[in-house]
Design a binder for this molecule. Structure first.
Ligand code: ATP
Length: 361
C-alpha cells in the first residue's frame, strides 16, 4: 500500500471570527506532486502555513511521516517552504544563501561546500556560487531559493506560488524544470497556485479549493474530465452548465430533460423530478446542419470570436441560455444568426450538482 507522508485531518481555522478553513482533509503519498488550486483568499497559504507549523489549526491534526506534528514548532518538522518572493538574503552570495541552514546545523565546511556544489548542479547553476542575488535573473533567483530549501533534505517541500513573479515564458520553462527536479529527487511537493494550466501541467494530484473547503481532490484528468462540482467545472477550463429535470429513472441511469422535449441519458442513480446540473466542456461540443452523433439541441449562432488557435462560438438555445463552444478550425461556415444543431457525446457530460431547485446557485 502506498505510504502516506502527510495527512490533514479535518482542519479548521478562523481569523478574528471569520472561518478560513472549514474542515479540510487530505492524504498525500510520498513522492507525489500535489497542488492546492483555488482563487485568491480561498485558504491555500493558510493551509501551507499550518503544514509548515507557522500557524496552529483551531481543530484537526497534521500527521507527517506517521507522527502527529500539530503542536510541533516549524523547526521540528522535516518540511521546508519556498515563497513567491524568493526571500533570499540579499547581502549573502548564492553559496552562502544555500549553505545557510547547513551552517545553522554546524555542519563541517567541506561537507557544506560539497552539498552546495551538488545543489547548484541539481538546479543547473554550476559556477554561480559567488554571485550576489541582485546579479541573478528572476528564474535564477528562484532556483537558488529552491536549492536553499532542499539543502537539509526535507521530506516535504512546500511551494507557495513560486513562479508567480515570473513572466509567462519563463514560468512555463520553470514548470517543466521544477517537475523534472521533483521527479528526479523523489521529494513530495505541495504546491500552491491559482493558475489552472500550471496545476494541470505539473501535478499528480490537485485539490481544488474554494471558500476554505476542498471542492474536489483528484488527478488532473479526473478534475478536468469529471468535475465533481459546479465550481470545479467552472474554475478549470471552459464549461457549459446545463440544468434539467429527471423525467425517468432506471437503475444506474436516468433520462433528463434539458430543454422542453430534449432528453439526455445520464449515468447514475437519480429520482424522478430531481433537478440536476451537467457540465459539458466547450471543446467537446460540435455544431452543424445536422447532428452527427450523441445528444442534440437546436440553437442559433450568436457570435464567433477568434482567440488565437481556437474559434470561440456563442450559441443561443431556445431557453435563452448561451452555450460556449471552442473549435480548432479558425473559420466557421455558419454566420451569426444561422440556426444549427448543437451536439455532444452524453458520456462527456459530468453531473456537477443534484437535487437543487431550478436556477439555484
Ligand atoms: P492568495 O492566492 O491571494 O494568496 P490564499 O488562498 O492563499 O490567497 P490565504 O492567504 O490562506 O488565501 O487567506 C485566506 C483568508 O484568510 C483571507 O481572507 C485572508 O485575508 C485571511 N487571513 C490570512 N491570514 C490571516 C491573518 N493572519 N489574520 C487575519 N486574516 C488572515
Amino acid at each position: 500500500m502506498p505510504q502516506s507522508i502527510l495527512t490533514l485531518q479535518n482542519i479548521h481555522k478562523s481569523f478574528d471570527g471569520a472561518t478560513v478553513l472549514d474542515g479540510i482533509s487530505l492524504s498525500v503519498e510520498a513522492g507525489q506532486f500535489v497542488t492546492l488550486l483555488g482563487p485568491s483568499g480561498c485558504g491555500k497559504t493558510t493551509t501551507l502555513r499550518i503544514i509548515a507549523g507557522l500557524e496552529q489549526p483551531d481543530e484537526g491534526a497534521v500527521i507527517l511521516g506517521g507522527a502527529d506534528v500539530t503542536r510541533l514548532p516549524p523547526e521540528k518538522r522535516a518540511v521546508n517552504t519556498v515563497f513567491q518572493n524568493y526571500a533570499l538574503f540579499p547581502h549573502m552570495n548564492v553559496h552562502r544563501n544555500i549553505a545557510y541552514s547547513l551552517r545553522l546545523r554546524r555542519e563541517k565546511k567541506d561537507v557544506i561546500d560539497k552539498r552546495v556544489e551538488e545543489l547548484l548542479s541539481i538546479v543547473q547553476l554550476e559556477g554561480y556560487g559567488r554571485r550576489m542575488p541582485a546579479q541573478l535573473s528572476g528564474g535564477q533567483r528562484q532556483r537558488v531559493a529552491i536549492a536553499r530549501a532542499l539543502a537539509c533534505d526535507p521530506q516535504l517541500l512546500l511551494l507557495d506560488e513560486p513562479l508567480g513573479a515570473l513572466d509567462l515564458q519563463l514560468r512555463r520553462q520553470m514548470q517543466v524544470e521544477l517537475k523534472a527536479l521533483q521527479q528526479k529527487l523523489g521529494i513530495t511537493f505541495i504546491y500552491i497556485t491559482h493558475d489552472q494550466e500550471e496545476a494541470l501541467n505539473m501535478s499528480d494530484l490537485i485539490a481544488v479549493m474554494n471558500g476554505g473547503r476542498f471542492e474536489q481532490i483528484g488527478s488532473p484528468e479526473d478534475i478536468y474530465e469529471r468535475p465533481a462540482t459546479r465550481f470545479a467545472a467552472q474554475f478549470i477550463g471552459q464549461s457549459n452548465i446545463l440544468e434539467g429535470t429527471v423525467k425517468q429513472a432506471m437503475e444506474g441511469r436516468a433520462q433528463v430533460e434539458l430543454c422542453p422535449g430534449n432528453f439526455v441519458t445520464v449515468n447514475g442513480d437519480f429520482a424522478p423530478g430531481e433537478r440536476i446540473a451537467l457540465s459539458v466542456r466547450a471543446e467537446r461540443i460540435d455544431y452543424g446542419n445536422a447532428a452527427q452523433y450523441g445528444f442534440h439541441l437546436t440553437g442559433a449562432i450568436k457570435l464567433h470570436s477568434y482567440i488565437g488557435g481556437v474559434l470561440r462560438t456563442t450559441i443561443t438555445l431556445p431557453t435563452g441560455q448561451e452555450l460556449l463552444i471552442t473549435g480548432a478550425n479558425p473559420v466557421s461556415t455558419y454566420p451569426a444568426g444561422c440556426t444549427v444543431q448543437v451536439f455532444w457525446d452524453p458520456a462527456v457530460a459530468a453531473v456537477v450538482e443534484r437535487g437543487r431547485a431550478q436556477g439555484a446557485r
